[in-house]
Design a protein. Structure first.
Length: 224
């Protein structure tokens, strides 16, 4: 079940969005201002974010920019009464995946949500063979091939590596990794760091000076 974060300060619009998306089988998370949106995105790791532009505290453009800086990888659909081309271009340049102008029909929104999620699913298939440098990853077999060496991946390492490959070049926050890989509340970001180190030992020539899985200061990690 996909989790969708809805960021909207209009109570009536929020209710309509929640009702229609839950009717389609999605789980919804709500936020009514920009600051709450950032917190919910960080803590709940939604699969998709529906983001209004005119918000209290931080507007939607500022939220969109900050989400990308924090390494949140969920696709974003912007909602706005502003139909000017410049606003649409700005939203897309800041990392949004779609831009819907108000007023819109519930059916149109659901169709656009499904389209964005479908594109996300098609971006990366778990049984793909993936290569970088002298490293080849076989996700179907849970194996890394480094030169002539064969190295087995654990389930958690496999999931983390899939996430990093799917978002290659973009920073992924520790909280995003944590929320997408583990369900137990007892697991902390220190566990993420430990697994990243283990992956570096399997992939990097020198884990202390990584060239593939690098640390992004105050954010998390990215695959380069």
């Amino acid at each position: 079940m996909y989790k969708i974060l809805i960021v909207e300060d209009d109570k009536n619009i929020m209710t309509g969005l929640v009702d229609n998306l839950e009717l389609e089988g999605y789980k919804t998370i709500i936020a009514r201002d920009g600051k709450e949106a950032l917190r919910q995105a960080r803590e709940k790791a939604p699969d998709l974010i529906i983001l209004d532009i005119m918000l209290p505290r931080l507007n939607g453009f500022e939220v969109c920019k900050e989400l990308k800086l924090q390494g949140v990888t969920a696709p974003i659909i912007i909602l706005s009464a502003r139909a000017q081309e410049a606003d649409k271009v700005l939203g897309l340049e800041l990392g949004a995946d779609d831009y819907i102008t108000k007023p819109f029909s519930p059916r149109e929104l659901v169709v656009r949500v499904k389209a964005v999620l479908r594109r996300m699913e098609n971006t990366f298939k778990p049984d793909d063979i993936y290569e970088f440098g002298n490293v080849k990853i076989d996700f179907k077999k849970y194996m890394i091939y480094k030169g002539q060496e064969e190295i087995k991946l654990t389930v958690a390492e496999h999931k983390i590596l899939r996430l990093l490959v799917a978002t290659r070049g973009e920073p992924v926050s520790r909280h995003t990794v944590l929320a997408q890989i583990w369900t137990s509340e007892d697991v902390t970001t220190r566990t993420v760091d430990t697994h990243i180190w283990n992956l570096r030992e399997k992939i990097e020539k020198d884990p202390s000076n990584p060239v593939f899985i690098i640390t992004v200061h105050r954010v998390g990690y990215k695959l380069v």
